[in-house]
Design a protein around this ligand. Structure first.
Ligand SMILES: NC(=O)C1=CN([C@@H]2O[C@H](COP(=O)(O)OP(=O)(O)OC[C@H]3O[C@@H](n4cnc5c(N)ncnc54)[C@H](OP(=O)(O)O)[C@@H]3O)[C@@H](O)[C@H]2O)C=CC1
Ligand SMILES: O=C1CO[C@H](CO)[C@@H](O)[C@@H]1O
Length: 317
C-alpha cells in the first residue's frame, strides 16, 4: 500500500492531490483495475470526462476501494468534464448529473468545461457535416459557465474550472463569474511548458493541471518518427543522473513548476513508477535545462475545432 499523494490548496481551500490518474484512452475493460491499482499505490485524484466513455468503469474501481475500506469517498478527488455538445445552458446541469450517475457518486470534486468551443448539441460527440467537418454551436462559454456555477449551488460539484482556455478566455470568465475557476487544465510537458499561461494563471490564483504530461505517446494520431518525449536522449541523460526514469523526471519537473500532472497508465508497474516521485528533487540548474526543451510542441491541437470562433490556440497563450 503506497503513501497517499500530497496535495495543494485550490483557490477555494479545497485540497487537490498534486498528481492525478489520466483516463483518456483507458479501455472500459482495463480502467477499473487500473483505478484500483492506482489507489493501492497512493493515487487520490482521478481525471475523467464524459468524452472518454469510461466513467462507469472508473467509478466501479473507486467504489470497490471504498467498499474494501481502503479509502472513503472524501479521500479521493474526482474530476469530470462537460463535453462540447452540452454547452447550451439548458443542457449543463443534466450533463453534470449524467456524469455523476456514470461514476455512481453523489458529487464530483471538480467539473470543467472541456473546451471553449461548443459543438452542435445533443447528437454525436462529434456531429459531422457531410464533408466530414464538425458542426459547431455558437453558444458562448460565458453562458455555459453560469450553469457550472449552478452545479456548485445545487451541491453536484465542489469546484469548477476550465480546460483548454487561453488567457483572454479566462479573463472573460473572471469578469462575470460569481465563483472563480480553480484550475485551467491544459496540455503541458517539456516540449510545451506553458510558461506564459502558467504565469498568467498563477497571478490569478488559478492552478494549471498538466494534461498529456508524458507527451501522450498513445494519442491516436501519433505517427512513427514523431518526437517522443520519453525517448528524448536529453531527458534520458537527466534520468540517468538521478537514477530515475524519464517519466519520473518529467512529472517531477511539472510538479516543481507548480502544475498538477495527470499521467495516464493502465499498467501496474508504470502506475507505481509515476507516483514514486516524492523522494527526490530536481536541481534549479536541471530545471533550467529542461526549460530549454520547450518548442511549442503541441500534440493535442483539436483541429476539428480550428475554425470555431472560440478555438483557443490562435493567440500566443
Ligand atoms: N482536457 C483535455 O482536453 C485533455 C485531457 N487529457 C487528460 O490527461 C491525461 C493524460 O494525458 P494522455 O494524453 O493520456 O497522455 P500521457 O502523457 O499521460 O501518456 C500516456 C501514455 O504514456 C504511457 N505511459 C504512462 N506511464 C509511463 C511510463 N512511466 N513509462 C513509459 N510510458 C508510460 C501510457 O501507456 P500505459 O497506459 O500502457 O502505461 C500511455 O501510452 C488523459 O488520460 C486525460 O485524463 C488528455 C488530453 C486532453
Ligand atoms: O480530453 C481529450 C482527449 O483527446 C481528445 C481528442 O483530441 C480531446 O478532444 C479531448 O480534449
Amino acid at each position: 500500500m503506497g503513501k497517499p499523494c500530497p496535495s495543494v490548496k485550490l483557490n477555494n481551500g479545497q485540497d487537490f492531490p498534486v498528481l492525478g490518474l489520466g483516463t483518456w484512452k483507458s479501455k472500459p475493460g482495463e480502467v477499473e483495475q487500473a483505478v484500483k491499482d492506482a489507489i493501492d499505490v497512493g493515487y487520490r485524484h482521478i481525471d475523467g470526462a464524459f468524452f472518454y466513455e469510461n466513467e462507469p468503469e472508473v467509478g466501479k474501481g473507486v467504489k470497490a476501494k471504498i467498499a474494501e475500506g481502503v479509502i472513503k469517498r472524501e479521500d479521493i478527488f474526482i474530476t469530470s468534464k462537460l463535453w462540447n455538445t452540452f454547452h447550451r445552458p439548458d443542457l449543463v446541469v443534466d450533463a453534470c448529473k449524467k456524469s455523476l450517475k456514470n461514476f455512481g457518486v453523489d458529487y464530483l470534486d471538480l467539473y470543467l468545461i472541456h473546451w471553449p468551443m461548443g459543438y452542435e448539441e445533443e447528437g454525436e460527440l462529434f456531429p459531422l457535416n457531410p464533408d466530414g467537418s464538425v458542426r459547431y454551436s455558437e453558444v458562448d462559454y460565458v453562458e455555459t459557465w453560469k450553469e457550472l456555477e449552478k452545479c456548485v449551488q445545487l451541491g453536484l460539484v465542489k469546484s469548477i474550472g476550465v480546460s483548454n482556455f487561453n488567457s483572454e478566455q479566462i479573463e472573460r470568465i473572471l469578469k462575470i463569474c460569481k465563483i472563480k475557476p480553480v484550475v485551467n487544465q491544459v496540455e503541458c510537458h517539456p516540449y510545451l511548458n506553458q510558461k506564459k499561461l502558467l504565469d498568467f494563471c498563477k497571478a490569478r490564483d488559478i492552478l494549471i493541471t498538466a494534461y498529456s504530461p508524458l507527451g501522450s505517446p498513445d494519442r491516436p494520431w501519433a505517427k512513427p518518427g514523431d518526437p517522443n518525449l520519453l525517448e528524448d536522449p536529453k531527458v534520458k541523460a537527466i534520468a540517468q543522473k538521478y537514477k530515475k526514469s524519464p517519466a519520473q523526471i518529467i512529472l517531477r519537473y511539472l510538479i516543481q513548476h507548480g502544475t498538477v500532472p495527470i499521467p495516464k497508465s493502465v499498467n501496474k508497474k508504470r502506475l507505481a513508477e509515476n507516483i514514486e516521485i516524492f523522494d527526490f528533487e530536481l536541481s534549479p540548474a536541471d530545471i533550467a535545462v529542461i526549460d530549454t526543451f520547450d518548442c511549442n510542441g503541441r500534440l493535442i491541437p483539436q483541429l476539428d475545432g480550428k475554425l470555431h470562433k472560440y478555438y483557443p490556440f490562435n493567440i500566443e497563450f
